[in-house]
Design a binder for this molecule. Structure first.
Ligand code: PEP
Ligand code: MG
Length: 592
């Protein structure tokens, strides 16, 4: 297949601590992790665990399943207590050397190792005739089953339980404690999952990044990686295919792990990222270029809580409120009143600043149960976004009514709320949408996500008051590459020069709209969250950037380093390239 770069496969997960890391991959020993097997979500310990249980052995060679006499039982109980106490003592010692969350987590695990309920459960298993190692594992698994059933945060503690169990079993076996491999050079740590006892002792100078196959955003791995400032990706399905010793580039902002990337550009990107992370750590806003030019740097949110969090930070407002995400779990359409209440809360979170609400972008990867869409062979090119209006005109009208009502309730700067439609592709749609908004006193805009709008944008401008470029979909449609495909990640890269050219022409056209108007053009796709690309976008003529709240300091800090003139020069460098890789490399080199 002819892709533009020679890099290996890209694995996707969820980035929980933004940043780039490039280095040699080091796996946490899988044999050690397998001391205790996994559990099936139904609560039945899996084959690996069962096999482990049956080979755990009884003490002194007594046949499996023979209940021990009292003396034997007491000996085994004492062996367990001694091993668990030793492990707890080591955890306490590490806690005393650590600080903050790490210390708390380690101390909590030491308490877990001394837990009386666990010891009692071990004795119960010993009475069934299991050896002390097998009884330790079986007792742990009963708690794992319980935690799995409870789910949520409790389920994320399963890793802690299994880790403590593995340490106790190693102690019983007279083996060294399982843990992190030795790093003889800085690298990236890979694991099925990590235990707090491991993550808490990590040296950020050696561990440049962490990728785990399991875990979630609230797992201990994520919490401690965040504290240590180590870029981290969790839930990276398919990670097992990456060999120990392979070179990997972790882009936790994008949630990707690229195997064997182009070395030179990976090293440059990682070094630039480290500099930026240091700057971002001290950035509190507002967004201003090095020449004093103020930039409208806004937040992307998906509900009222997200808007309220954004309002506590440096965001200059909201550039994209993805309303469909607030209703993804709803079987039926929320009433106009309920919608108005939600929209009013989001508007009120920024009483004096711009808030752009997007009408429901249902369909494709965001199916809304109540939008009445049929199964389609090709949903990304099907009934999604504004096109839902073709099958249910009332849905959009009711949403616009709700937003207008929210504007009346909040008033002030929000008496004519900004609202934009996703997936606009024809002038008729823009005209119709603009008209329906204005009837209700709303300020209409459209997203530029479909190439037909980008290439003929001057014809759309008379009908709207602003544009917002959705680079995620614009890139997908320009490159004819599914944005969900990890195999096509090199194609769905917003650094593609063809995409950059389109953005430039949209910004230029909006700057000379009919009637001498200048129509503001924002970018709210992920491209705006890439600090280097953000500078390029400003240089292409974009007037605002909207990014995830967590990405704001990175973008804000990068903007503070450049003048508008420099942004224009960087944009010219990128436009003068043939490939996304070259464009990115040219801008990185130009920014160094
Ligand atoms: C986009 O396409 O860039 C965009 C912001 O919309 P979404 O990611 O929600 O499709
Ligand atoms: Mg989109």
């Amino acid at each position: 297949m002819s892709q533009e770069s020679q890099t290996g496969p890209t694995i996707r997960g969820t980035g929980v601590v933004a940043g780039l890391a490039y280095g040699v991959a080091r796996w946490v020993g899988r044999a050690e992790q397998a001391v205790v097997g996994g559990v099936d979500p139904t609560g039945v310990p899996d084959a690996e665990a069962s096999a482990e249980l049956s080979t755990g052995g009884t003490t002194d060679g007594a046949p499996e399943g023979t209940p021990p006499d009292d003396e034997q039982l007491e000996r085994d109980r004492e062996r367990f207590v001694a091993a668990a106490t030793t492990v707890a003592g080591r955890l306490d010692q590490r806690a005393s050397l650590a600080t903050g969350v790490s210390a708390e987590v380690l101390a909590a695990n030491a308490v877990l190792a001394r837990d009386r309920g666990w010891a009692k459960a071990v004795v119960k298993e010993l009475k069934k005739g299991l050896g002390v190692e097998a009884a330790t594992i079986a007792a742990t698994e009963t708690f794992v089953v319980m935690f799995t059933r409870v789910g949520g945060r409790q389920a994320e503690r399963i890793t802690d339980l299994r880790d403590i169990c593995a340490r106790v079993v190693a102690e019983l076996r007279g083996l060294p404690e399982p843990g992190i491999p030795e790093f003889d050079e800085p690298g990236v740590l890979l694991a099925d999952d990590l235990a707090p006892a491991d993550t808490a002792g990590l040296d950020p100078a050696m561990v440049l990044g962490i990728v785990i196959e399991r875990g979630g955003p609230t797992s201990h791995t994520a919490i401690i990686a965040r504290q240590l400032g180590i870029p981290c990706v969790v839930a990276a399905a398919g990670l097992t295919s990456v060999a120990d010793g392979a070179r990997v580039l972790v882009d936790a902002g994008a949630g990707t792990v690229t195997v064997d990337p182009d070395e030179e550009s990976a090293l440059e990107a990682a070094a630039a990222d480290r500099r930026l992370r240091d700057l971002a750590a001290g950035w509190t806003g507002p967004a201003v270029l090095a020449d004093g030019h103020a930039v409208s740097l806004l937040a992307n949110v998906q509900d009222a809580a997200g808007a309220e969090v954004a309002a506590t930070g440096p965001a200059g407002g909201i550039g994209l409120f993805r309303t469909e995400l607030a209703f993804l779990d709803r079987p039926t359409e929320p009433s106009v009143d309920e919608q108005a209440e939600l929209y009013a809360r989001v508007l009120a979170s920024f009483p004096d600043a711009k808030v752009v609400t997007r009408t429901l972008d249902a369909g494709s990867d965001k199916p809304l149960a109540f939008a009445g869409m049929a199964e389609e062979d090709n949903p990304a090119l099907g009934v999604r976004g504004i096109r839902v209006d073709l099958i249910d005109r009332g849905l959009l009208d009711r949403q616009l009514d709700a937003l207008a009502e929210a504007g009346r309730r909040v008033g002030g700067a929000h008496s004519s709320p900004w609202v934009m439609a996703p997936m606009i592709s024809t002038v008729d749609e823009a005209r119709d949408f603009g008209g329906r908004c204005r009837e209700r006193g709303l300020t209409p805009g459209i997203m530029v996500e479909v190439p037909s709008v980008a290439v003929a944008v001057d014809r759309f401008l008379p009908h709207v008051d602003f544009l917002s470029i959705g680079t995620n979909d614009l890139t997908q449609y320009v490159m004819a590459a599914d944005r969900m495909s990890s195999d096509l990640a090199a194609l769905t890269d917003p650094w593609q020069p063809a995409v950059l050219r389109l953005i430039r022409s949209v910004a230029e056209a909006a700057g000379r709209a009919p009637g001498g108007r200048t129509v503001p053009v924002g970018v709210c796709g992920e491209a705006a969250a890439d600090p280097h690309l953000a500078c390029v976008l400003l240089g292409l003529g974009v007037s605002s950037l909207s990014v995830a709240t967590a990405a704001l300091p990175f973008v804000g800090a990068a903007l503070g380093e450049v003048t508008l003139e420099r942004c224009r020069q960087l944009a010219a460098l990128a436009l003068d390239c043939d490939t996304a890789r070259e464009a990115r490399a040219a801008v990185m080199a130009g920014s160094a």
